[in-house]
Design a protein around this ligand. Structure first.
Ligand SMILES: Nc1ncnc2c1ncn2[C@@H]1O[C@H](COP(=O)(O)OP(=O)(O)O)[C@@H](O)[C@H]1O
Ligand SMILES: [Mg+2]
Length: 400
């Protein structure tokens, strides 16, 4: 084919061209493979760190950057040990895997993030080996377990509450009658014609203390044997305003001013008004008690569509913000535990009752604080009409 003399010097050039093209193709396919693996690693929810056999970090994905708080730049070319000086169990995991060639896992590792904060993670280290069984490194998969731990704690807490409820109901029942007897006897004594009036001081102490005990028993009983909320559509702002009206005298006495930041568009919630009133009464009393010198107690409401905290339902969010003492992390951990109190004469049932009410309503609550500056208690309560249902309805009938 073709002229012989022309062909004699051209094969070299065309061969070169072909080779160059082939090289380019190979380069492109390596590049696309690299991009593919980067995308793959990047799209994983788990944090992935690949460690070379000599202990240097080869690559990390975005989830690992987020989890550790370190950037890929900080990782590149560094020794794994250097980057996690405080996380012995993690280093051990990689070391054991490299030495034994087997996968090692730990489902309860505390990882110190770059900013010093800690997260609970699970970690699985596996060996990467080539076709000949030669070790090429270790891949470490990290997963944030904070959410799961919180869920576990919530479950344990509700188990404890249920068990406690049964015991408390029994105890409260046993105590109520003797208390009534004591009170009656003290009053009868006082009523005796020849009862020395000088002793009246003592009988009145008996009556007062019995009443105090009685109040605790009543709270315990209402906590332990909830009757279950009777749900209906109601206006949260009306409930709150009713409460502030009822509490106006103690609020004024404590020098506390209520600041209302209501969302005027807030739809109605699905709730038992008396329970919701109890819930906010407990929160407001705590706020007042945290501000012995008085101050502002802010009540803010807003609407939130598909709240994660409530299984994606639409909710009303209410914040109760005080300017009081706040609480430290140790107290925060135990806030909702029944009988946990830091107050002399406190029952430690207020927040446990709040939590029970909120959970009975399918809502959620959380507390945050800046010690010394104040606290914020946030409550999520599901709305009566979930927008999905509303918009479905409206679509077929025009806007209502
Ligand atoms: N608004 C608040 N500011 C600071 N600490 C609070 C607040 N609310 C609750 N606490 C803390 O939580 C504890 C438990 O509260 P609670 O269950 O209402 O019981 P009690 O009020 O009887 O102590 C309180 O003793 C207090 O230490
Ligand atoms: Mg309280």
């Amino acid at each position: 084919m073709g002229g012989g003399s022309e062909k004699a010097d051209k094969p070299g050039t065309s061969e070169l061209k072909r080779l160059r093209r082939r090289c380019e193709e190979l380069g492109a396919s390596i590049e696309s493979m690299r991009a593919y693996y980067e995308d793959l690693l990047g799209s994983l929810q788990d944090g992935i760190i690949i460690v070379e056999p000599d202990g240097h970090i080869r690559s990390i994905n975005q989830a690992a950057e987020e989890l550790t708080g370190l950037s890929a730049q900080m990782f590149r070319g560094r020794l794994f040990e250097q980057l996690f000086p405080n996380d012995r169990s993690l280093r051990e995991l990689v070391r054991k895997t490299m030495e034994s060639g087997r996968t090692h896992a730990d489902f309860d590792v505390r990882l110190t993030r770059h900013d010093g904060s800690q997260v609970v993670i699970s970690a699985v280290a596996s060996l990467i080996s080539d076709g000949m069984g030669q070790a090429r490194g270790t891949v470490l998969a990290l997963r944030d377990q904070t959410g799961i731990r919180e869920l576990e704690e919530r479950l344990q807490r509700s188990d404890r509450l249920a068990a406690l409820g049964t015991v408390a109901a029994g105890v409260a029942h046993e105590i109520r009658n003797p208390l009534a007897g004591l009170r009656g006897a003290a009053q009868l004594l006082e009523g005796e014609p020849d009862f020395p009036s000088i002793l009246k001081e003592y009988t009145s102490v008996i009556v007062k203390e019995v009443d105090r005990l009685g109040a605790i028993v009543e709270r315990l009983l209402s906590f332990a044997t909830p009757r279950g909320p009777v749900l209906r559509s109601c206006n949260l702002h009306e409930i709150l305003d009713g409460l502030f009206f009822l509490e106006r005298a103690p609020l004024r006495a404590a020098n506390v001013t209520i600041q209302r930041w209501y969302d005027p568009q807030l739809p109605e919630i699905l709730a038992d008004p008396s329970e919701i009133q109890q819930l906010f009464l407990n929160l407001i009393r705590n706020g007042v008690e945290a501000m012995p010198g008085g101050g502002d107690l802010t009540v803010q409401t807003r609407f939130e569509r598909s709240a994660k905290r409530c299984g994606g339902r639409s909710v009303a969010v209410a914040d109760i913000i005080d300017q009081g003492s706040g609480f430290d992390p140790e107290v925060e951990r135990r806030l909702f535990t029944p009988f946990f109190t830091t107050k002399e004469g406190g029952t430690g049932l207020g927040l446990a009752i709040c939590l029970r009410i909120v959970e009975d309503h399918g809502g959620a609550m959380e507390a945050t604080s800046t010690p010394g500056r104040g606290s914020r208690f946030r409550v999520w309560l599901p709305l009566a009409k979930q927008p999905e249902a509303v918009s479905f309805h409206n679509e077929s009938q025009g806007t209502a």
